[in-house]
Design a protein around this ligand. Structure first.
Ligand SMILES: Cc1ncc(C[n+]2csc(CCOP(=O)(O)OP(=O)(O)O)c2C)c(N)n1
Length: 1183
């Protein structure tokens, strides 16, 4: 064989004009075609660009990707979808290295693929050639066959071997390396070794003995389960698997990419009860499924330790892997399943077994759970479940679903249903992020040719999408109508809300931003760059509408960016802690605080179990008003015991005279105590940020808690049984254990305090109540001590006559005595006995404490009430000092002081800003703003037909502003920078000299909106048309122009509506120039006029100039380098070989367009050479 080189470097093929002469590139493409390859995905460059051209000539489709990684993902996906390998074509060195990711992914998935990489010319080996790299060695680890094509005559041999190896079990990756000089060399076809198309792989069947054993194991099983793996789908055994499962009535579930082999909605599918099915099954049949991490290695605790595994797999490496199987059959799935169906018995697994009932019960319960999650109202934003539910309801049932991400993929697996085999492609066993766009492109290319009309929906996490986002351009270039749906939570696993994000990013972002966080970006705008449609969806309605519009688009890809709650999802505790730890250093939002609290709560440390959050039976929500009422009732019971137990013990007559009443009240309140225990066992609480509603879980938590044993159970022990002992007959003090329930009283107090509108009054009431209770207890103690020491024994105790006093009189005296003592007024007889001294001393100490508490509490209440007043005063004083220092005239000083007075008395600015900048969560602040301002905004006619979300966003941008008497709000000719809504007060539209008032604007009036809209054609431009002045004090809400435009940016439809309305208003007043029509462009131009925009534009221009200079310089360096390479090559050929090597020859080309491209290449090369000849050689050496 004689191989000849050509001069083409990094360009089109140079081949012989002789029809029997073929270049290496053509030989490869012809051989690939012969082996049935339909598609090549790749990125071209030196030295394989000719291969791509030649492939197109051979009618193999070439899809040029933006990165070899995606090219390899795409090629491998074609292998899975068609069972035939596609080719991933890469340049040398880094090109192959990029493809290694896809090769590893395909190897792990056992998907056939052939990777062909050009490599540096063999004569330059070890000389530091361009992109020189030990490619075959590198590829070997990621492929089952890796070789370098030795010579042109054996190209068909290597290609057949590569294709065959990739397809034969276990299918995987083949790698072929082709040195650059072989690509462009030519050979006479007579010298090429001809190799036929590879034979389809054998389909081994199961022996009859294995089949018998299979049936025997199956029939012995009480709790069988079939797991349908991706292998079954790849083996095109869907029909057979369906017949087998239906014939024997077996419950089944599918592995992630096995989904759809049987319809996910199939009545025998138990996928939604996966954990139970895996854990309790006693016999599991694996149809092309592997016992790897995805199936928890088939081991306890996720599987029954005694489970019998039956495996059917073509790959011997999977048999008995991680676990000794009861039966392992190495055979083709389609064949074995057919054998089992056709040769099996009439036996059928009973549909009424306890196993089926358990699975069905679990299925129903899990359905309730996911329904609850779908309709969860914990946040106004979407969550994964609600978003997926909306998507699922719109996308066609037979769509190919591609998915990647963490939560996005996991939750998507259960929510997005498949009805056909090989219709789900995801990050799979290897968990590779970045596969999505490549897979989707492959699937869409496949659909274009084989299943026209079928749609590909690519559901991506926002992080996952970022890995290969530029492939959107590829999809646009090849007119592939893929629907990219990005489930955007602004992070990997979870994001943080935008406010916390900004807080953290403002400081040293690299130290503060959680490693998981990303910008919750407007990815939909990427579509715009390629002339495609992007959608932003924040509500269910928007999700549905955008999916519908995207489905209507048949030739272009679209992006739907679904904004979901950043913390939404099944975030594991470990990850949460990692995310929240850095947040703890910042000012956490309310949600985060709650989450942090939970981390210190032992209950919350329990792992998340989804069933805990499922509503079952009667459960009380502690936020509900009923709970508050109940607390009032139980508090009454506790208060009764608190007051009456000591009173009845000390005042015998009180106890004796009303015994029937006391006994009935005692037992009534005991019943209340018992009911309270039931209520407590059904009171929901938060765990992991979610509300626990499962009453079993709640009861278990309560009945095993310390509170139950130490307080509640002890408090209800029937100590009154001691009444039967004569000595303790009706001695009320033996019921003192009832006081252990006092925590309910304090809970009631706390709850009421946080709910009441008069917290200070309530606090004073509680303080008085506490003081009186202590005096009451002390009064009882005094009577008891008097009884113990004997009435009338000295002056300190009660006189003997007290015995004959009525209970009321006696109580009054004791209470009086107790008050004097505890209030340390001290006007009581001096003690004489030791016991009396001890008692008095003790009382004094308690008294001091009571006073300290009262004074402290009252002080706090008063100072908190005065705090805001104090703050205002301080500010006022400061302003006054400033005015004095600056010698401000008396009139202005008075005006300022009056203004501040007004501000203070109306408590507007301070309180409002304080509230809106407080620790309230963003959502709550938004809710508050909506409550306070929405009504005002709705009055603006311009916004009448706008989307409600737009108003909600605008509401948060409204700022309160105040004007004093005579202050100008705006003046004629000013540039409009904000619009105004009058909340309180009156404004006048006045003449230029301010003397005449034309119109009075009252509360609710709106003005200034037209000038901030920059309406194209407005004769006044964006200038104010009138002088507006405050008549007295007035409160206005202002909306700044930047804020309005910032929000309107996301609502293009509303923007045009508003502009149209503005126009009609202007039209009425004849202030519109109808000739100006290009609304958007005009608005943008107007915007650019602002100084900030000009500065920004300058900065941007500088940046872009910099970037362009760098690119230009790089290109220049690169071209010099290339010319140098040309030069060395030419020198090499001239000096060592024949000079004719640079003479180009042409080969007849058939594909339209290619001759044109070749011509272009040649012209370019000639131009390069010309330029090259004019460059002094010194310059080249510098490179
Ligand atoms: C190649 C690769 N790099 C990194 C990872 C680690 N990883 C796992 S999931 C994931 C992204 C998850 O975030 P996202 O795609 O936004 O999905 P979400 O969980 O937020 O829905 C990453 C980066 C990976 N699996 N593969």
């Amino acid at each position: 064989m004689e191989a000849s080189s050509n001069t083409y470097v990094g360009g089109a093929p140079e081949t012989s004009g002789d029809h029997n002469e073929l270049a290496g590139s053509q030989l490869i493409s012809e051989a690939l075609k012969k082996q049935g390859v339909e598609y090549i995905f790749g990125v071209v460059g030196i030295p394989i660009i000719e291969v791509a051209f030649a492939a197109q000539q051979s009618q193999i489709k070439f899809i040029g990707m933006r990165n070899e990684q995606s090219a390899s993902y795409a090629a491998s996906a074609i292998g899975y979808l068609t069972g035939k390998p596609a080719v991933c074509l890469t340049v040398s060195g880094p090109g192959l290295i990029h493809a290694l990711g896809g090769m590893a992914n395909a190897q792990v998935n056992k998907w056939p693929m052939v990777v062909i990489s050009g490599s540096s010319d063999q004569p330059q080996e070890s000389m530091g050639a361009f992109q020189e790299f030990p490619q075959v060695e590198a590829a070997r680890l990621y492929s089952k066959y890796a070789a370098r094509i030795a010579s042109l005559d054996r190209v068909p041999f290597f290609v057949e071997k590569a294709v065959r190896s990739s397809v034969y079990s276990p299918s995987g990756v083949s790698y072929l390396d082709i040195p650059g000089e072989l690509v462009t060399s030519t050979i006479n076809t007579s010298q090429v070794e001809q190799v036929p198309k590879y034979r389809a792989p054998p389909k081994p069947a199961a022996s009859s003995e294995s089949l018998r054993e299979f049936m025997s194991l199956l029939q012995q099983s009480q709790k069988p389960l079939v797991i349908v793996g991706k292998g079954c789908s790849y083996g095109v055994a869907e029909q057979e698997a369906k017949r087998f499962i239906e014939q024997y009535n077996l419950p089944f579930l599918a592995t992630p990419m096995g989904k759809g082999t049987l319809d996910d909605r199939h009545p025998l599918s138990v996928g939604a009860a996966r954990s139970t099915a895996l854990k309790d099954a006693d016999c599991i049949i694996l149809l092309g499924a592997r016992l790897n991490w995805m199936l928890h290695f088939g081991r306890p605790p996720r599987f029954d330790p005694n489970v019998k595994i039956i495996q059917i797999d073509t790959d011997t490496r999977e048999l008995h892997n991680n676990l000794q199987s009861a039966l392992a059959i190495q055979a083709d799935l389609q064949t074995v399943l057919k054998q089992l169906v056709e040769g099996g018995t009439k036996w059928k697994y009973d549909g009424a077994t306890p196993w089926w009932s358990l699975l069905k019960k679990k299925l129903a319960a899990n359905k309730d759970r996911s329904d609850a999650l779908i309709h969860s109202k914990e946040s106004a934003m979407l969550n994964y479940y609600s978003a997926f539910d909306a998507i699922q309801s719109i996308i066609p049932q037979d769509a190919i679903i591609v998915s990647e991400g963490a939560n996005t993929m996991d939750i998507g697996r259960t929510m997005l249903l498949n009805s056909k085999a090989r219709h789900r492609l995801d990050a799979g066993t290897f968990g590779t992020m970045g596969v999505g766009p490549g897979f989707a492109i492959a699937a869409a290319v496949y659909c274009q040719d084989h299943e026209p009309g079928k749609r590909v929906v690519c559901v991506e996490g926002d992080s996952a999408f970022g890995f290969s986002a530029m492939e959107f351009e590829t999809a646009a270039r090849y007119s592939l109508p893929i629907i990219f749906i990005i489930i955007n939570n602004g992070g990997i696993y979870a994001g943080v809300d935008s406010e916390s994000f900004q807080d953290m990013a403002r400081q040293d972002a690299a130290l503060n931003l959680p490693p998981t966080s990303l910008i919750q970006a407007h990815y939909e705008r990427i579509a715009d760059a390629f002339g495609c449609q992007g959608y932003l969806a924040r509500s269910l309605d928007e999700v549905k509408k955008s999916v519908q519009s995207a489905l209507a688009e048949k030739t272009r890809p679209s992006i739907i960016n679904v904004f979901i709650e950043p913390s939404s999802g099944r975030v594991q505790q470990r990850i949460r802690q990692r995310i929240l730890r850095p947040l703890a250093k910042q000012t956490p939002t309310n949600d985060q605080q709650a989450a942090l609290l939970h981390e210190h709560n032992p209950k919350a440390e329990a792992p998340i179990r989804n069933e805990d959050f499922q509503a079952t039976g009667f459960v009380i929500d502690p936020q509900h008003y009923l709970y508050h009422y109940w607390l009032a009732i139980i508090s009454l019971a506790v208060a009764y015991n608190l007051l009456l137990i000591p009173a009845r013990y000390a005042f015998h007559d009180l106890d004796k005279n009303l015994r029937i009443l006391w006994i009935s009240l005692d037992y009534t309140f005991d019943c209340v105590y018992l009911i309270d225990m039931f209520f407590q066992s059904r009171t929901g609480h938060f765990s992991h940020g979610l509300f626990v509603r499962n009453h079993h879980v709640l009861s278990r938590n309560y009945f095993t808690s310390r509170q139950f044993y130490i307080h509640d159970l002890l408090s209800i022990i029937p100590t009154d049984l001691l009444y039967f002992i004569p000595k303790y007959r009706f001695v009320s003090i033996i019921r003192c254990n009832r006081l252990l329930r006092i925590h309910r009283l304090t809970e009631f107090q706390d709850l009421t305090e946080s709910r009441t509108r008069f917290p200070n009054a309530f606090r004073i009431f509680c303080l008085i109540g506490l003081t009186l209770t202590l005096i009451h207890w002390n009064c009882c103690a005094y009577l008891l001590i008097c009884q113990y020491l004997g009435f009338g024994t000295d002056r300190w105790v009660l006189p003997t006559t007290a015995k004959n006093e009525t209970v009321a009189m006696l109580y009054t005296y004791c209470f009086y005595w107790s008050t004097l003592l505890l209030s340390t007024i001290g006007d009581v007889p001096l003690p004489t006995k030791r016991e009396e001294y001890v008692f008095v001393l003790f009382d004094y100490m308690i008294g001091i404490l009571i006073f300290a508490t009262i004074i402290g509490n009252l002080g706090t209440m008063i100072s908190s009430q005065n705090q805001s007043r104090q703050q205002v005063r301080e500010k006022m004083d400061e302003i006054k000092r400033y005015m004095k220092f600056r010698s401000v005239n008396r009139k202005l000083e008075q005006k300022v002081i009056k203004w501040l007075d007004y501000l203070y008395t109306n408590r507007q600015v301070l309180s409002e800003e304080m509230v809106l900048n407080s620790d309230l969560s963003v959502e709550l602040r938004k809710d508050l703003a909506i409550k306070v301002h929405l009504e005002s905004l709705q009055q603006v006619t311009l916004f009448h037909d706008c989307e409600p979300n737009l108003l909600v966003e605008l509401v948060t941008k409204l700022k309160p502003t105040f004007f004093g008497p005579g202050d100008y709000v705006c003046q004629k000719g000013d540039i409009g920078k904000e619009m105004y809504i009058i909340k309180r007060g009156q404004l006048g539209v006045v003449s230029d000299d301010g003397k005449t008032t034309f119109v009075i604007l009252k509360e609710g009036s709106v003005f200034g909106e037209i000038s901030i809209l920059n309406i194209p054609g407005s004769k006044n431009g964006n200038r104010r048309t009138a002088n507006v002045r405050s008549l007295g004090y007035s409160d206005l809400y202002t909306l700044r122009k930047e804020d309005l435009w910032h929000v309107l940016d996301n609502y293009p439809e509303s923007l045009s509506k508003i502009i149209e309305k503005g126009k009609s208003i202007l039209r009425k007043d004849n202030l519109l120039d109808e000739l100006v029509t290009d609304t958007k462009r005009h608005i943008e131009q107007e915007q650019l006029l602002s100084i900030q925009n000009r500065i920004k534009k300058l900065v941007d221009t500088e940046k872009s100039l910099n970037a362009r200079t760098t690119t230009f310089f790089d290109a220049y360096v690169e071209s010099i380098r290339k010319f140098k390479k040309h030069l060395s090559k030419m020198e090499y050929y001239y000096e060592t070989r024949k000079p004719s090597a640079i003479v180009t020859k042409s080969v007849p080309l058939t594909t339209p367009g290619i001759p044109f491209l070749l011509k272009q290449w040649k012209t370019n090369t000639a131009a390069h050479l010309q330029r090259f000849s004019s460059i002094p050689s010194g310059q080249l050496d510098d490179d």
